[in-house]
Ligand binder design. Sequence first.
Ligand SMILES: Cc1ncc(COP(=O)(O)O)c(C=O)c1O
Length: 488
Amino acid sequence: MNQSKAPVLEALAAYHASGQTPFTPPGHRQGRGVDPRVRAVLGDDVFRSDVLATSGLDDRTSSHAVVEAAQALMAEAVGADHAFFSTCGSSLSVKAAMLSAAGPHEKLLVGRDAHKSVVSGLILAGVRPVWVDPQWDAERHLAHPPTAEAFEAAFAEHPDARGALVTTPTPYGTCADLTAIADVCHRRGRPLIVDEAWGAHLPFHPDLPTWAMDAGADVCVTSVHKMGSGLEQSSVFHLQGDLVAPEVLRSREDLLGTTSPSVLMYAALDGWRRQMVEHGRVLYDDALALAAQTRTRISRIDGLRVHGRDDFCGPGRAADMDPLQIVIDISAWEVTGYRAADWLRRHHGVNLHIADHRRISSQLTHADDDGTVAVLLTALTDLAAHAAELRTGQPVRVPSPSRLRLEQAVLPRDAYFGPTEQVPWDKADGRIAAEMLTPYPPGIPAALPGERLTGDVLRYLRSGVEAGMVVPDAVDTKVTSVRVLREE
Ligand SMILES: Cc1ncc(COP(=O)(O)O)c(C=O)c1O
């Protein structure tokens, strides 16, 4: 295929050149109807290129199959059999992927460090999760993806499980041994689904962690807006092999997706693929070199520990890591990541990726350069000088790994849609959660519907919120009360 083509961008240029007069959505008519105050902020071009995907960009019957052509180019570029564009983020793509493997009451093996969008999929479809424990680093209070052995053991106990889902890289950039996990699944004729939301860039440089399709996964989901040049919400999911039928996956996406996809997002996805095919190698040569230098320079700042392979990879930890995720432990300062992140935003206009009870992280991408890194280094150096002021003496009470794991007493769907009541947090010990309680970012639920709450996890969330943790999906976001299942 001719990878220098960009079908969506070309169709959009042709649309502009051909002087079309739409009597269809979008009602703003290429911006003519938009309030000038909106255009002043968003720019005219956003509206000019916001056209109807079907019978606008393409003809009424989609005879030019513009998006299909762009998807085929994407699939070829990354070595998949099929690629599907989605404009509802990996939050949708991951649901489409998991529901192509398991339906109501069927079992799916899922790493417990899954993102909340996976849990939403379980709730909506009534899939029965068989949780697979991640590898807990008890010293650093951090989870890495589960091992192949853990998936093997789960399949041995639940041979009727329809497939497995693993998240890799995690938002902290650590990776599973996907080849081994794919092997475990395929020996049983079951598909492996990979939530690779943080890995859209992986196919484009050999020194980045192994890309899911290369490792033999069946379906993988990427958020191109996270590490690539997609617009926010743009996602691509990829398929290979014959364990998941393409028409089933497409149908699941159709079930959940919008009927009005954004051409802006499609166009940016199309352009990103062409950019990566033509320039990805060089862009990531540069990005990886910049990340290596940045890691060394941050490590020299007093009190900061940049996690590298020594900390994150090896037996009992992750199989690999993405060096572009620069995860920094600040616990030597006795300052939480929440306070550090707030301070950096307020005083330096620097926004970080993850902030947790003892870490901050910044992601570098192909778009960073010496200038952006200089801003980061200046801000971190200044933060070090002010660290003592940010101490609160109010620790977040993080339980040991075994106490973080909750019993799944009821199916997530049954707890979520069952009779519920709101109880004070200190009365919720032993009750079954009817909502997700998710520290964000990174968005991995500490408790989810159907899990039996414990005092340890409740104290963790309460002390976390007091220290600046955000739990946006709870009914009571301060977690002073919790939604639980009403039990007779
Ligand atoms: C591991 C993981 N999966 C899925 C998602 C959802 O992706 P999106 O924001 O593209 O909907 C996220 C978002 O942070 C994530 O971290």
